[in-house]
Design a protein around this ligand. Structure first.
Ligand SMILES: N[C@H](CCC[C@H](N)C(=O)O)C(=O)O
Length: 272
């Protein structure tokens, strides 16, 4: 009987940003962009925003690999990091392409300490030198954007009403603009009370999601830098709230829910 350990997965979400999590620390699972894309397909596959693959790490408790629904492997995923923290079940260090993350499970979710944000145009990255605090570029009504890298690249626009922005049109146009050599996650935020912002995100490689953990971190950092809010900042997303703490020169700390939905079993070979 084939050992089905390698064919198990856990379906999870962080505020509705959903994941298929494969724990391949005991049994390696080969992952390609095509296979991740097929698994993420909501009609022909299992369905998720991101595919998360856990592997052994030489320098941390676990290596977390992140594949967007389009199959692209990326550096960071805040909501998935909280989900993996609850699977580990104790304080741990997680290795990602975007850096080392410290996590500790809390009731119903987890707290994640990311690295320090990066603001230099080459670190976002942008295709040309630019002031990333107030970018001299516009896409229709979205202007004066701020760019922040929190392990992955984000552009943030502060607008009067986030719900009024045609993000399904503007999101993909900005995501794939040549200004962003590695594409970008697109965040539109509006003030929702003292130190509270409403946020909607068009995610690189996915599209509109219910929540984006790194987007919440990048938006809170940009708001604090712009003097629009003070830490701790509550970010209200369609799927729920995250609390972000940050001061200049320090790492970002994100707290929020993480949910295990079900365990499943399959044969990964059927996904190509
Ligand atoms: N689409 C993002 C990865 C997932 C980010 C989001 N799901 C989060 O929780 O941070 C990117 O390409 O950088």
């Amino acid at each position: 009987m084939r050992d089905t350990m390698a064919d198990r997965f856990t379906k999870m979400h962080g505020l509705g940003n959903d994941f298929v999590v494969i724990d391949a620390r005991e049994d390696a699972v080969e992952m390609t962009a095509a296979r991740a894309h097929a698994i993420a397909d909501r009609r022909h596959g299992i369905g998720c925003d991101q595919l998360i693959l856990l592997e052994p790490s030489e320098k941390a408790d676990v290596k977390m690999r992140i594949f967007n629904a389009d199959g692209g492997e990326v550096e960071a995923c805040g909501n998935a990091t909280r989900c993996v923290a609850t699977l580990i079940g104790k304080p741990a260090v997680i290795e990602t392409l975007g850096g080392m993350l410290r996590v500790s499970p809390a009731d119903g979710g987890a707290e994640v300490t990311l690295g320090e944000p990066a603001f230099d145009w080459e670190q976002i990255p942008l295709a040309m030198p630019m002031d990333t605090r107030d970018m001299p570029v516009a896409w229709d009504e979205l202007e004066h954007g701020a760019a922040v890298n929190v392990g992955n690249p984000h552009i943030i626009f502060f607008v009067p009403e986030a719900d009024a922005v045609a993000l399904t049109d503007l999101g993909p146009r900005i995501e794939t603009d040549p200004l962003f050599p590695e594409r970008v996650n697109v965040n539109v935020a509006s003030l929702d009370g003292p130190d509270r912002l409403q946020l909607r995100v068009w995610e690189r490689g996915v599209g509109l999601t219910q929540a984006c953990g790194t987007g919440a971190c990048a938006t809170a950092v940009a708001a604090i830098r712009a003097g629009l809010a003070k830490s701790p900042v509550t970010i209200s997303l369609p799927g729920g709230d995250l609390v972000i703490r940050w001061r200049d020169g320090e790492p970002i700390v994100m707290s929020g829910a993480a949910t295990r939905v079900f365990e499943g079993e399959t044969d990964w070979a059927r996904f190509g």
